[in-house]
Write a protein that binds this ligand. Structure first.
Ligand SMILES: [Fe+2]
Ligand SMILES: [Fe+2]
Length: 271
């Protein structure tokens, strides 16, 4: 466990990138088509590609807040946003190599599909939390931890369920980076939340009231639900989610006994 936020950043900066030039070159891209890809996972890959790409938008939203002005978090975010963009590109390339064409302007198209009410909502939320100043940082970090951990575990499920060897190889690298992001967010959230009761109350309140699986908002609810139910379907999937996502969040200060994540996901995956 880290004692200071500086220690978390130092640790992060010591982590080499999993996705290097060599890693990308070693992927047998040409072999992708030789292995069957269950069509149920295609919309999942599109969704994940777009949500990775939306990091750029979250990054800009966060920069406006006190969280984005925190020097430790800012340093992390600059590298994080680059890594997520690359994940998006690699998933797009995987789709193409699997014989699924994507538009050359897929980024602009994904962006254009974001409902304008989402941008208004994001702005209102920004105004609503502004008076809380630095106390809101714990909320941002806890929220980010949930998103990163859900993404990581979603890739883990996708890797297992798809049984596609090249996808597995690609996801191994992406997951290593997601795991580093998860640890950064979770560790900073733990430190921020341990500092003040107001931070803990604000974080728990916001997450219990407003949390939805990553991507919902910019993406329509039906797409988010499709991805969640494909990856975490049934009792086994829900169990996996509880063990690997919800339990990890419950260990954050102020989150003991928080069942909001599981309760939000349960009706989606058991429908
Ligand atoms: Fe990512
Ligand atoms: Fe990530």
């Amino acid at each position: 466990m880290f004692e200071t936020e500086r220690d978390v950043l130092d640790w992060y900066e010591r982590q080499p990138r999993a996705i290097t030039k060599e890693f990308v070159n070693d992927i047998p891209w040409r072999e992708i088509r030789n292995h069957p890809l269950n069509s149920a996972f295609v919309p999942v890959l599109f969704y994940m590609r777009d949500v990775e790409f939306f990091t750029d938008m979250y990054y800009k939203e966060l920069l406006r807040t006190s969280t984005g002005k925190d020097p430790v978090i800012r340093k992390f975010m600059d590298r994080w946003s680059v890594e997520e963009m690359q994940h998006a590109e690699l998933l797009n390339r995987f789709l193409n190599e699997a014989g699924i064409p994507t538009s050359e302007k897929w980024q602009a198209e994904a962006q254009a599909k974001i409902p304008s009410r989402y941008s208004r909502y994001a702005y209102l939320l920004y105004l609503a939390v502004k008076p809380f100043g630095r106390y809101v940082q714990g909320t941002h970090m806890a929220w980010g931890a949930i998103n990163e951990i859900t993404t990581l575990q979603g890739y883990r499920r996708l890797s297992q369920l798809s049984g596609h060897p090249v996808l597995r190889q690609l996801l191994t690298g992406i997951m290593q980076e997601e795991s580093i992001h998860s640890n950064f967010y979770w560790s900073i959230a733990r430190l921020k939340l341990s500092q003040a009761k107001l931070s803990r109350n604000l974080a728990r309140f916001s997450i219990e009231k407003f949390w939805a699986p990553v991507g919902q908002g910019p993406k329509p609810i039906q797409e988010t639900n499709y991805v969640m139910s494909t990856l975490f379907r049934g009792t086994t999937g829900l169990d996996f989610f509880m063990r690997n996502v919800a339990n990890r969040i419950e260990q954050l200060p102020g989150f003991a006994g928080c069942s909001a994540l599981t309760e939000r996901v349960r009706p989606i995956v058991q429908a």
